[in-house]
Unconditional design. Structure first.
Length: 928
């Protein structure tokens, strides 16, 4: 199968093989060395719609192989090999997953972000052995403790998570990836830290009779719970205890919970229910419904037991053979006045659904009850005004934006409390969830709604019909109706109908883009009313945006996707993409962006290479949040707006951001950005400014480019690396030219831009609403530049605020240049140096070498150092992290601007570092 997966045989051991081998194109190769076998097949219960087995091919070395895929989205799958009728595991695979009576090998294909092992704090997963008095034998369960559990004495909520009939107690942590999902959710704030208990739901192994006769429900109450509460620091009250299970475990969950309903605050049932309620439609048969209702009549009919039940949550796939069982169980519970959250999703009776259900259910645990229950818990038509912690906004919940019976036709609205005669901008927030799941109650969207209200916006957080309730394009029609409703009520809520923006993530991103791009003539307005108002927003931003479905399925109609509306006539758009996103592929987003740019659209694009599908949702929020804020402020808030009341120093964080070389190698990873109040300049600064303040401030570097160009493209590695060591760089040039240059990169630039930038950063350092407030050392300023930009640096060095100058590959010409773009300097300007000067040159082959050496000979009134590395006029700027020029510049800056006297050893004395480096030549003058 290729050199990557199979090596040549060594000695007599046979071929060395790799199995499973995950390929970059979404495929996985399975291999088995079985030279005597007649037939080998791959078996897996996790292939979805594909056949459960696959014939493998044999090569001349006796290696059987099969390539599976491409797989989109990626999956985690159990498998084994059937060798001449005998099932065996993969001897080369590290991962295994136990079932009730067998063991599978396991492979995880990365790309579903929440299920991948990421660089976050990790909890501990333990195999716990205990003695079951009910069953009269030793038993095993798996217990997950969250990150930090072992380092404190706090008590945690506890979540009991039960497996299905073909599984074991290790299934949730292997094929289910529960501990990885919880690690990622806790790290992002999606879930609260909790202890998760995964017991063995089988009282005996498959094929072994239960001689004891004890039930799992009894063992749970008498052995499992007491063992956990004795040996782990968990709360023992109802509000801190949850239970959920899939399939068989869902039925066990209902039996356990309704036997002691006062003990459980949260109950989840995945692909399950009470068997027998559906009559002929229930394929599982089993006990009849009334017997279950009679058995648990007390719990079903006692209103007091419902009061502390924060969440009763069901989810099942529409192709699941237990869908009718689930529906009937939900109906019975609702008939007994239980408030049930019920989700019908795509898919069947498989783990790809159950992992997603765990993600949703865990996010709702041990939180505010209203947020936990979600939209299904809110009585239709209820509108309640509440006072949040910050008393400057009002929130109105569950406003009906159209008539009808669907509970999805609701929105939440937040707005500043203060009375005003001025109209405010509005922001429409659209949740994600793959069009088949999700809700406006998710914390991320609730927080965005209230945060932007505190910034002076009127915000609406919109619910819409999921595909389980109504097929495409109902979701598009619903969000368009919500925008029309907003404009129809603009006077009531003081909304400027011409300043309405939209934001969404994932599926919500698709809908936000459709709000900006789809005209009324497309026929997607629906029948919700408010037809005299426009449903198109004035600006839209989208995180992880599906611009086309990319598959030949009914939902892939071009008119339902942004790719069908390529034009230069759309309002401003801002797309944010994770470079490692396996759900929304970056190449599709980038193709869309390029087509939009070619059509003349106003579109910005931010790609964060290391992030996946969680970008702008749970990843890199310190980058994406201020980027979004700047984008909406630029287009929805006039510069003189008096409605904008800053609530944090992030108010003037500007974006979009560019990440160069992973932020550099210094202790403060850098980002490259811009600010609308500093046109024509690119800003390099540490991504996280929290490390800077009274005890540590950022020195300032002013930079002019080679050829006096209007871009830092050729110098970005050099400037970025310096920034990562704790500097802020204000460089002439346009941010959108940093990667790909066009005619605007050749626009004329002026030395005066550097001093304007210096004035700007000084003002920012004094402005309490600025991210730079109190973080910049305005007394430490370096004038820097390369070639023509070096002349710009020399020209501004006369400014008394300049603390030092670094001139790279440049020197004053013998006679002033007649070129309009180049500063017309004479050698007299050298007399205006008033602070130490460093020249970094490319040796005799540098075209500016003679000019620089002449400068050096003329300067006698300030300390000056001349360094030469024989690399020519281009220097090392474009090399990784700016090459050797960076090290010299950093040493000088640390010495001159940060007072690090040991850095002087690079330059001074016969034993200086540069003197001892045969590649460098160094000369110094005027040092005492």
């Amino acid at each position: 199968m290729g050199q990557m997966g199979q090596a040549q045989p060594s000695g007599g051991r046979g071929p060395e093989i790799v199995s499973p081998e995950i390929l970059t194109e979404g495929k996985v190769v399975f291999r088995l060395h079985a030279p005597q076998a007649e037939a080998v097949r791959l078996e897996s219960p996790d292939l979805g719609g594909m056949p459960p087995t696959g014939e493998m091919d044999k090569n001349d070395q006796g290696v059987w192989s099969l390539t599976y895929g491409p797989v989109d989205p990626p999956i985690t799958m159990r498998y084994r090999f059937n060798v001449d009728g005998v099932s065996v595991g993969d001897p080369r695979a590290r991962g295994t997953s136990e079932a009730n009576g067998t063991v599978f090998s396991l492979v995880h294909m990365p790309g579903l972000d929440i299920q991948d092992v990421r660089d976050v704090p990790h909890g501990a997963l333990a195999e716990v052995t205990y003695y079951s008095k009910v069953l009269g034998k030793f038993r095993r369960m798996h217990v997950y403790t969250p990150p930090g559990y072992e380092n404190n004495q706090e008590k945690y909520p506890v979540f009991y998570l039960l497996h299905g009939s073909t599984d074991s107690d290790d299934s949730w942590s292997t094929i289910g990836r529960a501990n990885t999902i919880l690690d990622n959710m806790i790290a992002s704030g999606e879930a609260v830290p909790m202890v998760v208990v995964m017991p063995d739901g089988h009282v005996t192994r498959a094929g072994v009779p239960n001689s004891n006769g004890g039930s799992f429900e009894d063992e749970f109450a008498q052995d499992i719970r007491p063992t956990i509460e004795k040996n782990y620091r968990v709360h023992t009250d109802r509000s801190h205890r949850a239970i959920a299970g899939l399939s068989m475990g869902g039925g066990q969950t209902l039996n356990i919970a309704f036997s002691n309903l006062s003990d459980f605050g949260y109950i989840g049932v995945f692909s399950s229910g009470v068997f027998g309620l559906g009559g002929a439609n229930d394929r599982r048969g089993g006990r009849r419904g009334p017997s279950w209702e009679e058995r648990y009549a007390t719990a079903l009919n006692d209103p007091s037991l419902k009061d502390g039940l924060e969440l009763l949550w069901f989810a099942t796939g529409r192709d699941d053979f237990l869908i009718e069982t689930s529906r009937n169980t939900v109906e019975v519970l609702r008939n007994h006045d239980f408030d049930v959250t019920w989700k019908e999703t795509e898919g069947a009776h498989w783990w790809r659904n159950w992992r997603g259900y765990l993600n949703e259910f865990a996010a709702a645990l041990f939180r505010d009850p209203a947020a936990a229950r979600g939209s299904a818990s809110s009585p239709a038509g209820t509108v309640s005004r509440e006072t949040p912690e910050h008393d400057t906004i009002d929130v109105i919940r569950d406003i009906a934006y159209r008539e009808g019976d669907s509970k999805a036709w609701r929105l939440d609205l937040a707005m500043p409390t203060a009375e005003t005669d001025k109209l405010r901008p509005a922001l429409v927030i659209v949740h994600g969830g793959g069009w088949r799941a999700g809700e406006k109650e998710v914390d991320v969207y609730q927080k965005m709604m209230t945060d932007y209200a505190k910034k002076g916006y009127v915000t609406i957080n919109v619910e819409y019909r999921l595909t389980g309730e109504a097929p495409f394009p109902a979701c598009i029609e619903d969000v368009k109706c919500a925008v029309r409703w907003l404009r129809a009520h603009a006077e009531e809520y003081k909304v400027d109908p011409d300043r309405v923006g939209a934001y969404g993530h994932s599926a919500g991103a698709h809908l936000a883009l459709m709000l900006a791009m789809v005209p009324k003539s497309a026929g997607l307005e629906g029948d919700g009313g408010w037809d005299e108002y426009s449903s198109r927003v004035n600006v839209a931003a989208a995180g992880s945006p599906p611009t086309e479905l990319g598959r030949d399925v009914p939902m892939a109609k071009t008119e339902w996707w942004p790719i069908g509306y390529i034009s230069g006539e759309h309002p401003p758009l801002f797309l944010i993409q994770g470079g490692q996103d396996r759900i929304v592929r970056p190449e599709l987003t980038e193709d869309f962006v390029e087509k939009m740019k070619a059509a003349g659209a106003d579109i910005k694009y931010l790609k964060i290479d290391g992030d996946g599908h969680g970008v702008a949702y749970a990843e890199s929020l310190d980058v994406t949040d201020p980027a979004l804020e700047e984008f909406f402020a630029k287009h929805l808030k006039p510069p003189t707006s008096t409605e904008h009341t800053p609530t944090s120093s992030a108010v003037q964080s500007k974006s979009p951001w560019v990440i160069v070389e992973d932020g550099g190698t210094g202790p403060y990873p850098a980002v490259v950005t811009e600010d609308r109040t500093l046109p024509g300049m690119t800003i390099y600064r540490p991504r996280d400014l929290s490390a800077f303040g009274a005890d540590q401030k950022l020195p300032i570097l002013l930079w002019g480019n080679g050829a006096c160009a209007n871009t830092t493209q050729e110098h970005k590695n050099f400037l970025n690396e310096i920034t990562s060591h704790g500097y802020v760089v204000l460089a002439i040039g346009l941010l959108d030219q940093i990667e790909n240059r066009d005619e605007s990169s050749r626009q004329m630039t002026r030395s005066s831009q550097l001093l304007t930038a210096l004035d700007w950063i000084v003002a920012q350092n004094e402005a309490t609403e600025s991210v730079y407030f109190g973080k910049v050392d305005v007394s430490k300023v370096a004038a820097m530049g390369m070639s023509c930009g070096g002349l710009q640096a020399i020209e501004i060095s006369a400014d008394p605020r300049i603390s030092t100058s670094i001139i790279c590959n440049s020197g004053v010409l013998p006679e002033p240049s007649p070129m309009a773009a180049m500063p017309a300097l004479s050698k007299e300007v050298l007399k205006k140096f008033h602070a130490p000067v460093l020249y970094i040159m490319g040796g005799p082959s540098d075209i500016a070498y003679n000019n620089a050496m002449d400068d050096f000979s003329r300067v006698s009134h300030v300390p000056i150092v001349m360094t030469n590395l024989n690399v020519g006029h281009g220097g090392t700027f474009a090399r990784p992290h700016g090459g050797k020029f960076t090290s010299v510049a950093l040493a000088w800056l640390d010495w001159q601007l940060k007072g690090k006297e040991d850095a002087s050893a690079w330059f001074l004395g016969e034993d200086s570092k540069l003197n001892n480096d045969p590649e460098w030549k160094v000369e110094t003058k005027n040092f005492k």
